[in-house]
Design a protein around this ligand. Structure first.
Ligand code: NAG
Length: 194
């Protein structure tokens, strides 16, 4: 019984391990999608990355806890403003940069001692950005850098609450990343919800 107990206790860990370590292997060994340019292919994540109940729950729970202590409702860090002047095919790259910023400037700072699950969520997000290591922008990077800079400035202006807000918006970050990196972009197709 004891071994069964240990096994079930470590089950979420195994799921996490398998998804982080085996999926990238599967991904890198899969054949390139016909017709897609290498750069475009590198800016894709599999839907299953976002469908793991364990890490999804951790991310959303953490976001809920932090947003409960964020009284400022006027400012938003993760929103459509990130995509102003950004072409559809650069949105995944944009979100990769945003996630990298949030991991480095927020999750890996002292705030990780204020909330539970921060390190798990940071690891998960870092695993996504490392899967996107070959994802590059195409065209001009000016707008990408400008929008990132604006987000960074806003967060800095808000001081400590900027970090709280960023953590409170991790659920949004999760969804934005999923939408930008897993949807197959349609040429001139209908736009999805904002
Ligand atoms: C996360 O899982 C717990 C336990 O299963 C559940 O009570 C909670 O409502 C879930 N939270 C979210 C945000 O899904």
């Amino acid at each position: 019984m004891a071994s069964l107990h240990t096994l079930s206790k470590s089950f979420p860990g195994w799921v996490f391990f398998c998804c982080c370590c085996c999926l990238p292997l599967l991904l890198t060994s899969s054949l390139p999608v016909k017709g897609a340019s290498p750069a475009h292919h590198a800016c894709r994540l599999r839907k299953i990355n976002f469908q793991q109940p364990y890490i999804r729950n951790r991310t959303y729970t953490l976001a809920k806890m932090a947003s409960a202590s964020d009284k400022d409702t006027d400012n938003r860090l993760i929103g459509q403003q990130l995509f102003v002047n950004i072409r559809e095919n650069n949105r995944c790259y944009m979100m990769k940069r945003v996630v990298e910023l949030v991991v480095k400037d927020v999750l890996l700072t002292e705030v990780k001692n204020q909330y539970p699950y921060v390190e798990e969520v940071a690891q998960f997000l870092a695993s996504l950005t490392s899967e996107l290591s070959g994802c590059q922008f195409s065209g001009k990077r000016d707008h990408i850098e400008k929008n990132l800079e604006q987000m960074k400035n806003k967060m800095e202006q808000l001081g400590e609450n900027g970090k709280t807000k960023a953590i409170g918006e991790l659920d949004l970050l999760f969804d934005y990343m999923e939408n930008a990196c897993t949807d197959v972009p349609k040429k001139g197709g209908s736009k999805k919800k904002n």
